[in-house]
Design a protein around this ligand. Structure first.
Ligand code: FAD
Ligand code: SF4
Length: 463
């Protein structure tokens, strides 16, 4: 008999007033008993609607059935058939808009906690499972992957499994992309990302770091070096600003810089000498996941007051509901229907206050969301020593501008054939945020997978 409790089995979490002072993971994960209880809520639907909601088609009811039976390693192996980063996806995927949105248990209650179960199976494997040494016979063909984010890692992993010699070229000193430099430790511990990357290295993937491609080597040079195809997964790391007065004052950061200093360069740990101001009064501008991460990170750095300033209402916020909820619990204050007009500094060029204007919602714009309209004369100031701009990112133009014949759209995204992920240049494929603009981990992985399949077909067709 399935467990007909309409609610998900709760996942243990650190208390808000404890966790907002440390960088440890917020959600602690299910115990085996909790995982079984939650797995028993699954009805094993014949038509598997949840699978159709997953961009990489994880065999969801099958892995959940393994958890019910206590075969945890089999649960992990079932997920791994289609998803190379289960411990990551179980933590950061927006399941509420994907598999869980389609789950039939969601009609009369809460959907099955598919993400929580995925995380459980992956963590169980990390603790108890053994990495089987797989001997993959090499097929003698070389592929270059540019960028070691989820798109590049997935593409590389799938190609290595097919016997290709894959080299990833990564600009930063560590692989992982946003998983390492963007998403904070308290949502996605970096040790977990590194374990997933080590599993990839076990498959024979070589990762060369500190390689800013387009500067160190061009795509043409890679072909000259004997790579038969090139995959571009360089993400969307170019931050947007509002172009208002005061954005170059000391203490104004892009969310990218702010989070990179803290996550990748460990500015929050005294033994690291990464420079970073210790902010006391912070305003984060934006309403997406990036904004929530920056706000919650500011609290953990010791800020006394952290405000989100967002120009629309809460219903229009693009951040995951869970992230907004966690941010509120931890003490972040939300200034909705407000937009910055200027940032003011002192005589030393340090930020002192941010001037905002109140907004009201008008008719829907191109995005389908109601357009925010400023209310004249409603300006007010918030005293700050730090402002973080988290209003979006676009693809970095470096590789695009140094690669002949690579077409991009007006948003700077590389144009691909959506069925094959091939770019306008023969032998060059691309996926992830570099193609879609800022999106999600699982969509980047789905694109990387598709590209790996096409690259395999392309190289086979030439021999
Ligand atoms: P990236 O992860 O950006 O990786 C690209 C890699 O390419 C980077 O390592 C970069 O250094 C490298 N690179 C760039 N240029 C070059 C070059 N010229 N040469 C060599 N290497 C280069 N998504 C979710 O699903 N859930 C979340 O909760 C979530 N939270 C997020 C929080 C933050 C703060 C941010 C910034 C994003 C978040 N996202 C989230 C979005 C998600 O992380 C991205 O959609 C995803 O990482 C895109 O993967 P990618 O491989 O295309 O690019
Ligand atoms: Fe189980 Fe929900 Fe998928 Fe049905 S839709 S198989 S209940 S997870």
């Amino acid at each position: 008999m399935p467990n007909m409790n309409p609610k998900k089995t709760p996942i243990p979490e650190q208390e808000p007033n404890v966790r907002n002072k440390n960088f440890d993971e917020v959600a602690l994960g299910y115990t085996e008993a909790m995982a079984k209880e939650e797995a028993e809520r699954c009805l094993h639907c014949k038509n598997q609607p949840c699978v159709s909601g997953c961009p990489v088609s994880v065999h969801i009811p099958d892995f959940i059935q393994c958890v019910v039976k206590g075969n945890m390693e089999d649960a992990y192996k079932t997920i791994k058939l289609t998803n190379s980063l289960p411990a990551v996806c179980g933590r950061v995927c927006p399941q509420e808009n994907q598999c869980e949105q389609k789950c039939v248990r969601g009609i009369k209650g809460e959907p099955v906690g598919i993400g929580r179960l995925e995380r459980f199976a992956a963590d169980w494997h990390m603790k108890n499972g053994k990495e089987e040494k797989v001997q993959i016979e090499k097929n003698g063909h070389k592929v270059a992957v540019i960028g070691a984010g989820p798109a590049g890692l997935t593409c590389a992993g799938d190609l290595a499994a097919l016997g290709y010699s894959v080299t990833i070229f990564e600009a930063l000193h560590a692989a992982g992309g946003v998983l390492m430099y963007g998403i904070p430790q308290f949502r996605l511990p970096k040790e977990i990302v590194q374990k997933e990357i080590n599993a990839l290295k076990q498959k024979g993937v070589e990762i060369k770091t500190d390689m800013v491609m387009g500067k160190v080597l061009s795509v043409d040079e890679l072909f000259n070096m004997g790579f038969e195809a090139v995959f571009i997964g360089t993400g969307a790391g170019l931050p947007s600003f509002m172009n208002i007065p005061g954005e170059s004052l000391i203490g104004v950061y892009s969310a990218n810089e702010f989070l990179t200093r803290i996550n990748l360069m460990k500015a929050y740990r005294p033994e690291y000498d990464t420079p970073m101001i210790q902010p006391k009064h912070v305003v984060v501008v934006g309403g997406g996941n990036v904004a929530m991460d920056a706000a919650r990170t500011s609290l953990r750095l010791g800020a006394e007051e952290v405000h989100i300033v967002y120009r629309r209402a809460e219903e229009q916020m693009p951040a995951r509901r869970e992230e907004v909820h966690h941010a509120k619990e931890e003490g972040v204050e939300f200034n909705l229907l407000c937009n910055p007009a200027a940032i003011h500094g002192d005589e030393n060029g340090k930020v002192q206050s941010i001037e905002c204007i109140r907004m009201k919602l008008g008719e829907p714009d191109d995005s389908g969301r109601r357009r925010p309209i400023p209310i004249e004369g409603s300006n007010f100031k918030i005293s700050v020593d730090c402002v973080v701009m988290a209003i979006g990112n676009s693809p970095n133009p470096l590789l695009r501008s140094t690669t002949k014949g690579l077409e991009a759209n007006r948003r700077g995204c590389i144009v691909v054939d959506e069925d094959t992920m091939q770019t306008s240049r023969e032998g060059v494929y691309a996926a992830g945020d570099a193609v879609s603009g800022a999106a999600t981990v699982i969509l980047a992985m789905g694109g990387g997978k598709k590209a790996a399949h096409s690259i395999d077909q392309y190289i086979r067709s030439k021999h």
